[in-house]
Design a binder for this molecule. Structure first.
Ligand code: UGA
Length: 439
């Protein structure tokens, strides 16, 4: 089959490369000429484990192509995926759909023969209807079906999420499109991944409801963590204790500094707005958004408390800057708010991240970036573990302590058991855990 991805950002590139790996003929399109030129040379603009090999092998096999020529590639396509960005619109939190609608117009002018047009970008309920209206207005003769097919990829685990999905959601009631989409996903269907066919609007809402639920689940355990700190309970055991109940499940119950990234913050806000517009408010998600925003600043207060209430002139070493490990993505990372709040209180901040420092430098120029955990810990009054990269999971704690001015470790991801930190003479503070080891 001939597939075209409009937008070679995170979703378009990962999906395009994986579809090519299934044997489809894929063209990835982008307006950014520099990006396309780099991709043609096998240079991947994002950090995603395993993506470079898939792009290289499928390009070499002649199944994966890159171009800026949208019209030329769409002409012979069986399926055109719209995978352009839908950022939060400045000021009101609504998803900005101008790129989606722009792509729809261009596709409409170029299609020939029956073509399935799929929105892969995360788009509010009703966007598929508008895409279809725009396309029919632009080219009344176009033989098209507009389908919703949201993606559920996690950054850092996108390849395995694509190849072994929990489910594939396809929103269309047009029989010809159902047939085409079955062929697109045949390799996964053969692998027994469930394909859920539903109405287009239902599919669009599944994506938002899914992300909002996960964001709410994280926020729930974060609030329980705060309560644990007050009443002397251990949130990790509470999470385990509730997670073993199959109705709750053990995933997404790791308490931490609050969720970040390019999806949960944006999608929760967009769902809140959609629901308000529909006069059916989602109060749980409104609360989730507010609690998560406050949490990031509260994490800075935790660090300040660990340094006896005053960080002025003190040096704080921040381990991990990206919103989660295995990505170079800094968008909405809790590290940004935490660092800003600490600097506002007069702290000198040093930081290290295995992949995120290039992006971090453009956002925070007044941070001293170092070469590794031990490098930035030297002379520090506190080390704060913000992102749980693997290389921070087995630090030589004695060495760390010996380098520091004060032996304070604030572990915002509960990587280290309190007992281990105490054993190495580190004063510590985690998330939702008793500060002293219990007998
Ligand atoms: C999320 C969803 O997990 C994907 O299914 C979805 O496709 C994607 O958004 C999207 O809409 O494109 P992603 O943003 O890559 O994926 O990252 P997650 O692994 O979900 O983590 C999001 C945030 O929640 C991170 O800041 C992470 O540290 C935090 N988190 C996650 C926790 O604090 N605790 C947890 O238990 C899990």
């Amino acid at each position: 089959m001939r597939l075209v991805m409009i937008g070679s950002g995170y979703v378009g590139l990962v999906s395009g490369a994986c579809f090519a790996d299934f044997g489809h003929d894929v063209v990835c399109v982008d307006v950014d000429e520099t990006k396309i030129a780099a991709l043609k040379e096998g240079k991947i603009p994002i950090f995603e484990p395993g993506l470079d090999q898939i792009v290289q092998s499928n390009s070499a096999a002649g199944r994966l192509h890159f171009t800026t020529d949208l019209a030329g590639s769409v002409q012979d396509a069986d399926v055109v995926f719209i995978a352009v960005g839908t950022p939060s619109r400045r000021g009101d939190g609504h998803a900005d759909l101008s790129y989606v609608y722009g792509a729809a117009r261009e596709i409409a002018r170029a299609v020939q023969g029956f073509t399935v047009v799929v929105t892969k970008s995360t788009v509010p309920v009703g966007t598929g209807d508008e895409v279809e209206r725009i396309m029919r207005e632009e080219n009344p003769d176009a033989d098209i079906a507009v389908v919703s097919n949201p993606e559920f990829l996690r950054e850092g685990a996108a390849i395995s999420d694509f190849k072994r999905p929990d489910r594939i959601v396809i929103g269309t009631e047009e029989p010809r499109a159902v047939e085409v989409m079955r062929r697109v996903y045949r390799p996964l269907y053969l692998n027994e991944s469930p394909l859920l066919f539903c109405e287009r609007r239902t599919s669009e809402l599944i994506k938002y409801a899914g992300n909002a639920f996960l964001a709410m689940k994280i926020t729930f355990i974060n609030e329980i963590a705060d309560l644990c700190e007050k009443v002397g309970a251990d949130v990790q055991k509470v999470a385990k204790g509730i997670g073993l109940d199959k109705r709750i499940g053990d995933k997404f119950l790791h308490a931490g500094p609050g969720y970040g990234g390019s999806c949960f913050p944006k999608d929760t806000l967009a769902l809140v707005k959609t629901a308000q517009d529909a006069e059916s408010p989602v109060r749980l998600i409104e609360a989730t958004v507010a609690v998560n925003d406050n949490r990031k600043r509260a994490m800075a207060r935790k660090v300040i408390a660990a340094l006896d209430g005053d960080v002025r002139g003190k040096t704080i070493a921040v381990l991990g800057l990206t919103f989660k490990p295995n990505t170079d993505d800094m968008r909405e990372s809790p590290a940004i708010s935490i660092i800003q709040a600490l600097q506002d209180k007069g702290a000198i901040v040093r930081a290290y991240d295995p992949e995120g420092m290039q992006a971090a430098r453009t956002l925070m120029s007044d941070v001293h970036y170092g070469n590794g955990a031990y490098d930035i810990a030297e002379g520090a009054d506190a080390v704060v573990l913000v992102t749980e990269w693997d290389e921070f999971r087995a630090l030589d704690l004695s060495r760390l302590k010996s380098l520091m001015r004060q032996p304070v470790l604030v572990d915002l991801r509960n990587v280290y058991p309190p007992q281990e930190l105490s054993k190495h003479g580190l004063r510590h503070s985690g998330i939702g855990r008793p500060e002293r080891p219990q007998a």
